[in-house]
Design a protein around this ligand. Structure first.
Ligand code: DC
Length: 209
């Protein structure tokens, strides 16, 4: 067993499969996983409750990341709005960098992990899919949970978040030069996970635990 750090950095737009792929890589190699979107969602939820965004980010308690409310569409949009504020991003930086170098390996997924948070990550991936495919996947998940929103509404939500995340000045979402591009539009989740694990292995990750 090795305690050496090994960082897997995964970026990409909403609903491309980043979360599933990140969890699968973490489980496969025995690495810790941080869904960095939850940090922005936790700040977004506090802002919906009346907090000031920068103060909320500076005082964020990692225990707030467990709240099931963070998964709602309302909180996702609030997260995307607070994520354009440079001081909010700066307040969340140290926590993410420390997580990236924790002993035993770490997987972080988000929008700016390869470009800003940890550009030296040993393995880097940009996971994407067309907006239509991502909206259809999200719509199916929501329908299974009893949500009645239409596919057109979900697509509009996905496109609004894509635009805000990639057109902002502070750490806009974009594929890093060294990142492997994984377009999952025509892949099953198993194929996408296998391709991602193969890339991480090729970059030198070994099984831990
Ligand atoms: O991945 P997610 O849907 O949970 O992310 C919620 C929002 O947070 C997303 O619209 C953009 C923002 N975000 C970010 O700006 N940087 C990250 N590293 C992760 C998320």
């Amino acid at each position: 067993m090795s305690d050496a750090p090994f960082t897997v950095a995964i970026d990409g737009p909403a609903a491309a499969g980043k979360g599933t792929i990140s969890r699968a890589i973490a489980a496969h190699f025995g690495f810790a996983h941080l869904d960095t979107g939850l940090l922005y969602r936790a700040v977004g939820a506090l802002v919906l409750d009346g907090a000031e965004p920068i103060a909320a980010a500076q005082a964020l308690d990692p225990r707030a990341l467990e709240d099931a409310r963070l998964r709602t569409a309302e909180v996702a949009q609030a997260a995307s709005r607070v994520a354009v504020i440079p001081e909010v991003r700066a307040a969340l930086l140290d926590f993410q960098r420390a997580f990236a170098r924790r002993p035993g390996g770490a997987v972080l997924d988000g929008r700016d992990i390869c470009t800003v948070i940890y550009p030296d990550a040993e393995a880097q991936l940009f996971v994407t899919a067309s907006a239509e495919v991502r909206a259809a996947r999200r719509w199916k998940e929501l329908r299974e949970k009893g949500d009645t929103r239409t596919l057109a509404d979900v697509l509009a939500d996905v496109q609004a978040r894509d635009a805000r995340d990639s057109e902002r000045d502070a750490a806009p979402m974009r594929p890093a030069d060294g990142a492997k591009l994984l377009d999952t539009s025509k892949m099953s989740i198993e194929e996408a996970v296998d391709a991602a694990i193969a890339h991480v292995e090729a970059k030198g990750a070994v099984l831990r635990g």
